[in-house]
Design a protein around this ligand. Sequence first.
Ligand code: NAD
Length: 297
Amino acid sequence: MTPIPPVDPQAFSPNRFAGKVLLVTGAAYSSIGGCTAIRAAREGAIVFCVDRKEHELQRTVKEITAAGGNAAALVADVSKSTDADLMVVECVRRFGKLDLVLNAAGVMDGTDPAAPQDFPNQKPLLPAAIHEATDEYWSNVLASNITSMFVSMRAELRQMVTQGSGGSIVNIGSIAGLTGLPGNPAYSASKHAVIGLTRNAAIDYATHGIRVNSVNMAQTDTPMVFRAYEFVKWAMDQGAGSSMAGAKSQSLLQMADSEKRGSTPWEQAAIILFLLSGDAANLTGLAMATDGGWTAY
Ligand SMILES: NC(=O)c1ccc[n+]([C@@H]2O[C@H](COP(=O)([O-])OP(=O)(O)OC[C@H]3O[C@@H](n4cnc5c(N)ncnc54)[C@H](O)[C@@H]3O)[C@@H](O)[C@H]2O)c1
């Protein structure tokens, strides 16, 4: 076995998105959204970045502007329709239009992503099998993973339909939208809903020239996964074990790789930007498993 080389974090296609305005939710630095924003800016996109984590969001924008790119940030909670409406208004006020969207904001559990990790005190908000799960865990995960998708897409699509020049949207789901995920029922239910909403929008907006697709990854090395590892370790230390570790945790490519690496956010960014680009002109309504073969077996 040899290592499978990851996509180069510096890779980009010059001018692919020249003059296009891209809105990214969940654009904090090191996240899938953040890496996509940075690469899109290198390819000529003007990027409007949104997240709840102010410091990490500003890091993404600073990296783009320091390299000569064009970007702006808005701290917002996209599970709220007022914030989702505001982000589109601000994007258009700042950059004049909206061509492309990546809806990447999402959470693994019911805690505030901007709050420090404190599992013992956050327990009612953490993943649990249905008979042990709380209302707060359920409603917070659904709010950030699927209500956010609805209110964000509503605001984005209103703008795109008004512009009348088409567009492309990518929503981030998960392998947990294609299969069950042990011990995290709200995450799995919300990610299945992302795929349903994506397909619905693909049908309703094809005649407007707007394509809508979802990407559904397995383990991708971002702050969310590092937090998931910490959670599994903590839950196991509690003696209860953690069903979130699951019987199946590796993708085909992870098993085949001598270093057993998961996907990188730059690999996800490369696929997302392909879907947003003109090369994907005939793709819509797709629930693409960007999962290294995780769902193939
Ligand atoms: N990393 C993985 O292994 C993995 C696997 C499958 C799916 N996903 C999905 O990929 C997407 C991106 O996650 P990531 O891996 O980059 O993790 P991440 O935690 O680094 O990024 C997600 C970002 O979304 C932001 N966010 C969450 N709720 C928000 C809200 N209501 N309003 C505004 N911002 C909000 C968070 O602050 C965070 O910065 C998520 O939808 C996640 O569910 C990730």
